[in-house]
Ligand binder design. Sequence first.
Ligand SMILES: Cc1cc2nc3c(=O)[nH]c(=O)nc-3n(C[C@H](O)[C@H](O)[C@H](O)COP(=O)(O)OP(=O)(O)OC[C@H]3O[C@@H](n4cnc5c(N)ncnc54)[C@H](O)[C@@H]3O)c2cc1C
Length: 394
Amino acid sequence: MKKKIKILIIGGGMAGLACSHLLNQIPETEIILIEQNSFLGAGVKTHWYGGHPFTFGPRYFLTKKMEVYEYFNKLIPLRSCNDIELISYVEQDDQFYNYPLHLDDVERMPDKDKIKEELKNREKSFKPTNLKDYWIGSVGKTLYEKVIDKYNKKMWQVEDNTEIDTFSWSPKGATIKKKNSKKSAWDGSYSGYPYAKDGYNQYFEIATKDTTVLFNSKVRIIDLKNKIFKINDKEKEKFDIVISSSSPDLIMDNIYGELPYIGRDLHKMVIPIEFVLPKHAYFVSYPNNEKFTRITEYKKFTHHKSPTSLIGLEIPSSNGRYYPLPQKKWHRLAKKYIDDFPEGMYSVGRNGSYFYTLDIDDCIYQAMLIKKDIENNTIKSGIPGKDYDFDVRI
Ligand SMILES: Cc1cc2nc3c(=O)[nH]c(=O)nc-3n(C[C@H](O)[C@H](O)[C@H](O)COP(=O)(O)OP(=O)(O)OC[C@H]3O[C@@H](n4cnc5c(N)ncnc54)[C@H](O)[C@@H]3O)c2cc1C
């Protein structure tokens, strides 16, 4: 009889779940998934408040990768939200503007002449080294100060955006969109949200149907090189493949120091009106002095029928490890941890890859890549996928 491939998955968020589902499609795999909480899905799990379904933040499905969209859509059918528009409220103008910035909106700005002059005088080939210089070089100082500056300072809890020394993740498709072009945020991407009332929840069951799931569980490395682990207080066990979606510093007992994250507080409010935001606006960003970064109107995604509407308001905080910092020094520290992973030990998902850019679709894509590695017997280590490689961010 063929020997079983023993696989350990650490974490039951989207990354761990996608690995569980896809690797179970390979014959002769035996998979254990451990989750420190008592439920699967982490922030993409749908909960209810005042009868309204909601997730922790917007969590819509967005991808440029057709194979990822098709894979997920087949299991959990997605209602398109390609019309999605992001808007920002700029207090100094008392106006809502499109995000990405749009030249049509500039026409509505009280300081439009100054902005146009700055746009005209942009240097063609500038070489920014930080977020501030990148945006000033792209759209000029006035637009930067209106929409980008304070939002990023509160998002990343920095005094100055020169502290943020990576920025390719920053524009949502374009820095500034051309006149008369579409207002929607992500040209060339598929975006959708599950039709199901319970959002992504049914995927958690589908993905773990053939997996042993251990809740409220912890894992400890006994022998990293040989992939020997101890789960809770059970006997130590050797695995052929280990996939961690946990932050590498946690897995490795902080040996090189802690990786920092920005947390989030989510406040929920039911408003006595059927729709709060304009038709195509699903959420609004606030780039001013208020403490919150954005609000989400959940029923825009969920199509929940109700005479009231649920709004989620997000405030950056120290609660939770949600946003890996987009600073090279922390990417280098994450790399130091992950470089120690032996062959057959992968680090996936947002925290596992220590990459803010990594969304739901990327978690699935990474699982697809690991599946290919196992099928083709080209087992590797570290973060799967060139797009997430440290070389592209350090
Ligand atoms: C507020 C917010 C809004 C977002 N909105 C969107 C969006 O609209 N669209 C989109 O595509 N993406 C969005 N994202 C990002 C996306 O949701 C995440 O990239 C993705 O869900 C991450 O999945 P993950 O499995 O990597 O991590 P997580 O969701 O963090 O799951 C990790 C799981 O592992 C468990 N775990 C961690 N360490 C251990 C351990 N040592 N032992 C056992 N268990 C452990 C955790 O308890 C958790 O259940 C958003 C993120 C946030 C924070």
